[in-house]
Design a protein around this ligand. Sequence first.
Ligand SMILES: CC(C)(COP(=O)(O)OP(=O)(O)OC[C@H]1O[C@@H](n2cnc3c(N)ncnc32)[C@H](O)[C@@H]1OP(=O)(O)O)[C@@H](O)C(=O)NCCC(=O)NCCS
Length: 183
Amino acid sequence: MKTFHRDIKTKRLNLTKFFQEDVSRVTSLVNHREIASTTANIPHPYKEEMAVEWIGQQEQTLKQGKNVVWAIRLEESSELVGAMGLELNERHHHGELGFWIGRNYWNQGICTEAAQAVVSFGFKEIGLNKIYAYHICRNPGSGRVMKKIGMIREGRLNQHFFKWDKYEDAELYGLLAKDCTGF
Ligand SMILES: CC(C)(COP(=O)(O)OP(=O)(O)OC[C@H]1O[C@@H](n2cnc3c(N)ncnc32)[C@H](O)[C@@H]1OP(=O)(O)O)[C@@H](O)C(=O)NCCC(=O)NCCS
């Protein structure tokens, strides 16, 4: 895995690392039932100490080549509006894309714009061969983002997640470097 600078600029966004100064903003963005409900690992309620721990471990997991996490900030106002991560598998040259966007910023194309940049970065800068993502079936908006960035549906994973005492079916999407035509 190559070493790389993480910051990425897009038309409307700056993708950077998270800082401990972001803790209270992260907590208020994530502490919504709607954010926790469709993500595999985010609990509800989401407490400040969870944000401290999550941000605190990011440099370590980056150094270990396990995970790259970006804060999504609006270029115009510098507001933090979401997060995007690539969980890396060095042996298999693939990465799992994951994301959340604060509730007030949904359906403005922010996730799609950030995901395009991160996918492009994953192929060009990190050297991945494949990037994939899952969404639970009752979260079609997330699937829409995957389609909009050119990912191909690879199949249904029955009862793949256990969320809030219920098994949830998921859809798997993937994109190969050779099929990524650029954005
Ligand atoms: C999924 C999520 C990240 C999308 O962020 P976003 O910035 O709103 O995404 P975008 O605006 O780029 O794209 C959303 C697309 O989904 C569509 N969409 C939204 N709700 C939908 C629904 N219920 N059914 C179908 N499409 C839907 C939007 O219309 C848009 O598509 P369009 O541009 O073709 O109109 C955001 O909803 C979120 O954070 N959800 C909670 C956390 C989560 O589920 N994370 C993903 C885990 S896999």
